[in-house]
Design a protein around this ligand. Sequence first.
Ligand SMILES: *[C@@H]1O[C@H](CO)[C@@H](O)[C@H](O)[C@H]1NC(C)=O
Length: 160
Amino acid sequence: MELTSIKLVTIFLLIFSCCIHLSLASGLHFLIPHNEARAKVGVQPLTWNKTLAAYARGYALQRLGDCNLEHSKGPFGENLAEGYGYQFSAVDAVNLWVGEKQHYDYESNSCVGGACLHYTQVVWRDSIHLGCARVRCHNDWRFVICSYDPPGNYLGQRPY
Ligand SMILES: *[C@@H]1O[C@H](CO)[C@@H](O)[C@H](O)[C@H]1NC(C)=O
């Protein structure tokens, strides 16, 4: 009887530690490329935030059925991306956003020749907290969302 409960506790602890580790590890896949892009323009790193990660996951789960690139209209800054199949990774999503850097013109503080507002959110100086999620939609696309607080992209302000 006692042995069984010790085993159960051990199994529970193993499962628990595995999943905390996994959630931190998957967070790093989002966090590291964000902070690389920020360092390149001299902006302080973001920190991983469980509240935002839970928010992002909650919203991503609502999109499982259609996988539409629709914003959550929540209180946070938000970047969305999607790609087909399991190959579309967290890093791929962040790379899509950071790839818009070529369209951001610092002088005029505007996008030139393409979209750039995902990039400006990634490097927004006043954003501190980051939480993201990646889910598999029913059509086998991967839906990716990152939430930022405080939000970026205020009109008339520069990201850095
Ligand atoms: C996580 O982010 C929320 C929303 O910005 C904030 O209220 C909270 O203090 C953050 N948690 C930590 C541990 O920084």
